[in-house]
Ligand binder design. Structure first.
Ligand code: DC
Length: 223
């Protein structure tokens, strides 16, 4: 079994960027599983499928009409939807919302989890998401639950938005963070939760490098 690292946590905890750097430092590939849920959400938006219609969304996945995959250019993940590289279209609020909605459906999760497990069997990998330690890689070498207070996560998100010239008020961003937490933690299928054997890393008072180093130390301790 190759080395597997599972990093789960709520929205805005910095999982993707932190995971990217940790994986690079370890010389292994990083699979951002959220991007795969986003690709399913994008398909539904592009084809005007009602994301609240579980039967319609699940049917399309079960019929093989929504094929999601990931490949690598060097160590950079490219996310494919029915063979097309959609990476540049995934990071919008609209697609994030659609991803959160479709990620509640067992048929969607089954399809993506199967592919994630296949990839992790083939090479050493770091996967980040919501259910990696609890479902996808139950026997991962190292499991980390990366979180920060809602306020700290909303503040980071606000700084990112300001860089893009977006002036959304802090209160609105915080509300969005809390709403997304609630949705991810209260869905019936595979809700976000800390696996019993995961180590909690709270980055509220850590900067980026400190968080990366905390995770690298945990990995080193296990190896
Ligand atoms: O991490 P992200 O914001 O890109 O994830 C988008 C949505 O996908 C998020 O609201 C929850 C869902 N998701 C999930 O249910 N399971 C995963 N392993 C990854 C993401």
């Amino acid at each position: 079994m190759p080395l597997t690292i599972a990093i789960d946590g709520p929205v805005g905890a910095g999982k993707s960027t932190i995971s990217d750097v940790v994986a690079k430092r370890l010389g292994i590939l990083h699979l951002d599983t959220g991007a795969m849920y986003r690709a399913v959400g994008l398909y539904m938006l592009d084809h005007q499928v009602d994301i609240r219609d579980e039967k319609a969304v699940s049917g399309l996945c079960e019929q093989g009409l929504v094929q999601v995959d990931a490949r690598y250019e060097g160590d950079a993940q490219r996310t494919l939807l029915n063979g097309e590289d959609v990476t540049s279209r995934l990071r919008t609020q609209e697609v994030g919302g659609a991803a959160s909605a479709v990620s509640r459906y067992p048929a969607v999760r089954r399809m993506l989890v199967r592919r994630q497990q296949e990839m992790a069997r083939q090479q050493p990998m770091l996967l980040d998401g919501r259910d990696i330690g609890t479902v996808v890689l139950k026997d991962a070498t190292v499991k980390i639950y990366l979180t920060a207070s809602p306020e700290a996560r909303a503040k980071r998100r606000m700084l990112q938005l300001r860089e893009k010239g977006d002036q959304t008020p802090f209160e609105e961003i915080l509300e969005e963070v809390n709403a997304r937490d609630w949705q991810d933690m209260h869905r019936e299928t595979d809700p976000l939760r800390q696996a019993e054997d995961a180590v909690l890393v709270d980055s509220s008072d850590l900067d980026f490098d400190e968080t990366v180093n905390a995770i690298l130390s945990l990995v080193e301790a296990k190896q």
